[in-house]
Design a protein around this ligand. Structure first.
Ligand SMILES: [Zn+2]
Length: 211
């Protein structure tokens, strides 16, 4: 099929096509989000600025246009005009993609590519993989914690963590109880002549030990 558009204009059109937040990219983001998975977008500190990043899984996802990244499917068709130019450009893109994926692998990231022409299948595969990874890490957590009831406790632990570092005033009642106990202990320590560190620190330690 002949390309009736002037080369410069074609270049402008193609450059627009290539920008971020493309329709396929948005479709992937929406579907993944709806499935309950959270991600980071376009992390510029990673090679190739992956479109979606799942830091917990060290997984970087690229949503590739079939022409720009040369999928080889029927959507990858060279414009008839200025063919040499486009062939060189696409070859550079492909070489860059390969190099970036190699860099990401070297940094300990796994990479996945979702192709524009197989968007639905790519999305389904990604969501299935994420679900499997979550399941795997959950069963690992349970195994390391062991004992009955750990499955019930494990999911609630992350929300408990911030409390451990919360200021002592966040627990007025238990602290007051502790203070009473502490005064008795201090009195005993005074008598034996081995009064230790200042009180506030001891309170915090006790508070943590109670958890
Ligand atoms: Zn394709």
């Amino acid at each position: 099929m002949p390309d009736n558009v002037a080369p410069e204009r074609r270049s402008q059109i193609m450059a627009k096509v290539r920008s971020r937040d493309t329709a396929p990219e948005l479709a992937v983001r929406r579907a993944v989000h709806r499935a309950g998975f959270r991600y980071r977008l376009h992390r510029a500190d990673l090679p190739g600025t992956p479109d979606l990043v799942f830091p917990r899984h060290r997984l970087a996802v690229f949503v590739h246009g079939c022409f720009w990244h040369w999928h080889g499917c029927k959507r990858s068709r060279m414009p008839a005009a200025n063919r040499d130019y486009w062939e060189r450009k696409i070859a550079r893109n492909v070489a860059r993609d390969t190099a970036r994926q190699t860099e990401l692998t070297a940094l300990g990231w796994e990479t996945r590519v979702i192709w524009e022409c197989a968007l639905d299948a790519g999305i389904a595969a990604l969501i299935a993989e994420l679900a499997e990874r979550v399941e795997r890490s959950r069963s690992r957590e349970v195994k390391t914690r062991r004992g009955p009831g750990s499955e019930v406790c494990a999911p609630t632990l992350p929300t408990l963590r911030p409390d451990a570092s919360a200021p002592a005033s966040a627990h007025p009642v238990p602290l007051r109880e502790l203070e009473g106990q502490q005064r008795e202990q201090d009195a005993a320590a005074d008598q034996s002549g081995e009064r230790q560190r200042p009180r506030p620190q001891q309170h915090r330690q006790h508070d943590e030990q109670r958890k």
